[in-house]
Ligand binder design. Structure first.
Ligand code: M3L
Ligand code: AKG
Ligand code: FE2
Length: 436
């Protein structure tokens, strides 16, 4: 239900973009020309003006749901209630004929640079299932109409890449998402698939009955992805010994954040396994960053947009014995796919946020207001999920979506874990037949 609602608001903001984008950034247009690029792509192309055949061609009665029309610079096709527009170079470039595309490797053989940018098909024909184009040199391209619907811009715009269930504490608890048993996870395809499906939908997932060692945690992690080695090592162990120059290595509370915001590509997944805690406190806080961002989009769409546009730096500067690191990562707080406005990455870490010097002062002020709105949403108690990590229960967190934090604690507490690459987790999920 929430997914559908998100689709709805996303479409609303899209129409807003066309009208508002220009004045929102009037003072920084050249700095932020990625934003106006969205509009530039709509400018008519400079190409020889070709006579448009502005007559609709309808198919035989059996396929009355298909009609097409040739224009000066594109083909318009209506099929399965979708109105699509295809650029002629695109139609030539995506040709799936044996000489243009290698179906054994799923790679293009055609040299796109050899296609005349003013190309136009010589003849066009459509039957019940297929569009046929004959090019000036006689080459014939065929496209399945279903394939075109699926692969067109208009088709993609209506779809989400990653189906998700956005949650606050109540939604997550009501869903009663089960933890998967360690043996089931390691030894059966079903266990792994169920785990990954839950992880993709909610951004968090638990494995239980894990032997409480670093080695066993590593085996778990490798079942879904590749371990991403970082300045913290491959598998890390940490306690409050301040062995590294970061608050994580103390007993202090940590407010909600995502990790490694100071990498150009923040780590995709974080695995936590608490191996020991003799003391009090130390509960883990989890917040769905996309749920909060969605609330911002509904309440203040122009602030949401600013958070997607203003580039920020995050920084990690460490100088302790044996560890000298200086990392810088750049990117906006919210990252969305521009064609459907779907969120795919939140970068939120107020501890590690660097000096803001990438936008002028007036944008800075509006950014602070937008950041405040997002922070208010992230801090609503009803959005907070608190869990106490125990030996034997490993937690996987989607670090591109879910914020984590912790309560202060007393006593000896030892956590182990690692970061994983996101691409390889998605690869595993797709192999199992999941949409990822
Ligand atoms: C997980 N581990 C203890 C290894 C590292 C913690 C990194 C902490 C850093 N401030 C960040 O948020 O990225
Ligand atoms: O100690 C914890 O529970 C988490 C600390 C933290 O934020 C991290 O290690 O990334
Ligand atoms: Fe963290």
């Amino acid at each position: 239900m929430l997914e559908m609602r998100s689709g709805f608001v996303f479409r609303r903001i899209e129409s807003m973009w066309c009208h508002r984008l220009t004045h929102l950034f009037s003072s920084t247009r050249c700095l932020l020309n990625r934003g106006s690029g969205h509009q530039i792509s709509w400018q008519p192309r400079y190409r020889k003006s070709l006579l448009a055949v502005s007559r609709w061609h309808h198919m035989a009665p059996a396929s009355l749901n298909c009609a097409w029309q040739l224009h000066g610079d594109h083909l318009e096709l209506r099929y399965a209630e979708t109105l699509m527009r295809f650029d002629y170079v695109w139609l030539r470039d995506h040709c799936r004929s044996a000489s243009c595309y290698n179906t054994k490797t799923n790679q293009r053989s055609l040299d796109t640079a050899s296609v005349d940018l003013c190309i136009k098909p010589k003849t066009v024909r459509v039957d019940e299932t297929t569009l046929f184009l004959t090019w000036p040199d006689g080459h014939v391209t065929r496209y399945g109409l279903e394939w075109l619907v699926k692969n067109s811009y208009e088709g993609q715009k209506q779809q989400v890449m990653h189906p998700r269930i956005l949650w606050n504490a109540e939604i997550y608890q009501q869903a009663q998402v089960p933890s998967v048993d360690c043996q089931n996870f390691l030894e059966t395809k079903e266990g792994l698939k169920e785990f990954l499906q839950n992880f993709l939908l909610y951004g968090i997932a638990f494995v239980e009955n894990v032997p409480p060692t670093k080695e066993d945690t590593e085996i778990l992690a490798e079942r879904i992805s590749l371990i991403r080695e970082t300045i913290y090592g491959r598998m890390w162990y940490f306690t409050s010994d301040f062995s590294r120059g970061d608050t994580a290595y103390t007993k202090l509370a940590l407010d909600r954040h995502t990790d490694t915001t100071y990498f150009q590509e923040p780590c995709g997944i974080q695995v936590f396994h608490c191996l020991k805690h003799e003391g009090t406190g130390g509960r883990t806080l989890l917040v769905d960053g996309f749920y909060a961002a969605e609330q911002v989009l509904q309440r203040a769409p122009e602030e949401f947009e600013l958070l997607t546009k203003v580039p920020l730096k995050h920084e990690y500067i460490e100088n302790v014995v044996g560890c000298h690191n200086h990392m810088i990562g750049v990117g906006p707080v919210l990252n969305i796919y521009p064609w459907n406005n779907e969120l795919y990455l939140i970068r939120y870490n107020n501890y590690d946020r660097a000096v803001i010097n990438t936008v002028p002062y007036d944008v800075v002020h509006r950014w602070y207001a937008a950041h405040r709105t997002l922070t208010t949403e992230l801090r609503r108690p009803e959005n907070e999920l608190w869990v106490k990590l125990k030996p034997g229960k490993a937690l996987f967190v989607d670090n591109w979506r879910i914020l984590h934090g912790r309560e202060s604690f007393t006593g000896y507490r030892q956590l182990c874990g690692c970061y994983l690459t996101r691409d390889d987790m998605l690869n595993t999920a797709r192999f199992l037949g999941l949409q990822a």
